[in-house]
Design a protein around this ligand. Structure first.
Ligand SMILES: NC(=O)c1ccc[n+]([C@@H]2O[C@H](COP(=O)([O-])OP(=O)(O)OC[C@H]3O[C@@H](n4cnc5c(N)ncnc54)[C@H](OP(=O)(O)O)[C@@H]3O)[C@@H](O)[C@H]2O)c1
Length: 243
């Protein structure tokens, strides 16, 4: 009986270690020549994701609102080894423009292997809701509806290439900077984050939590003890600085 329990315990430890010990790696050969559309790639995590794909020889299509920044990022992508680097300027508030971005990527790259949905835009303020529905609609369009538009336009191309859709949700360096003294969270580096995102995408992992021990426990607590989760999150807000 005791031997059985010991065996069971050893098996559980071995399985846990196997689950958390990440042995898989990616090589440039797995990415070279792949066609990648990265939204929100003029700065932040999106920019770094474009660089990681470029280092491994992908064809990258960048998009955001600022042409000058996109031009600089495209130049850097080529220096890092991208097979090609192009950009299309777009404001994701406009769904026709979002559709155009996906179509442009398909036409210019000759298909899509990775659709990386990363742009995030908002009213710029972080505070209590003041009842302005214009901001709500704009935020939903940029951060949600445009994702659906891009995906549906690229769907056939993705099916053809057996490609992947990567959807980002993060509390990144820039996001933390933007909310300034209103929260006490710290962010991981965007470079490290981008590396893990690209690896997870290439290995076709269904989800990635990064850093794992900083995020996954919170997700589990949210599902099993939502009140506790609310109490934990409350500790991160500096209420006197939020208006
Ligand atoms: N920033 C936040 O407030 C916030 C909050 C929660 C979560 N996040 C997460 O952070 C990730 C991105 O963070 P980050 O630090 O890389 O943010 P960031 O540095 O602010 O980058 C956002 C990117 O989206 C683009 N963008 C913003 N509004 C756009 C619009 N209307 N149309 C087209 N492109 C637009 C920006 O480029 P242009 O300015 O050139 O258009 C930029 O390239 C997202 O995955 C999101 O899940 C961010």
């Amino acid at each position: 009986m005791a031997v059985g329990k010991l065996l069971l315990f050893s098996l559980a430890v071995a399985l846990t270690a196997y689950y958390f010990y990440d042995t898989e790696t990616i090589t440039p050969g797995m990415v070279r020549g792949k066609k990648v559309l990265v939204t929100g790639s003029s700065t932040g995590i999106g920019e770094q994701i474009a660089y990681k794909f470029s280092e491994m020889g992908a064809h990258v299509m960048l998009t955001a609102r600022r042409a000058q920044r996109l031009q600089e990022v495209a130049k850097r992508c080529l220096q890092l080894g991208a097979s090609s680097a192009q950009y299309v300027v777009s404001d994701m508030k406009n769904l026709t423009s979002a559709q155009h971005v996906a179509q442009e990527a398909i036409d210019k790259l000759g298909g899509v292997d990775y659709l990386v949905l990363n742009h995030v835009g908002g009213s710029g303020s972080f505070g209590y809701f003041q009842g302005d529905m214009k901001d709500v609609l704009s935020s939903i369009t940029v951060n949600y509806l445009s994702y659906i538009q891009l995906t549906s336009t690229a769907l056939k191309a993705l099916q053809k290439s057996q490609g992947s859709i990567v959807i980002m949700s993060s509390m990144s360096e820039n996001a933390v900077k933007k909310v300034g003294d209103k929260i006490t969270m710290t962010a991981s580096s965007k470079e490290d984050c981008a590396e893990e995102v690209v690896k997870a995408a290439v290995l076709r992992r269904p989800e990635l939590f990064y850093p794992y021990w900083g995020i996954k426990p919170l997700v589990l607590i949210r599902d099993f003890a939502p009140t506790l989760m609310g109490n934990i999150l409350d500790k991160f807000y500096v209420l006197e600085n939020i208006q």
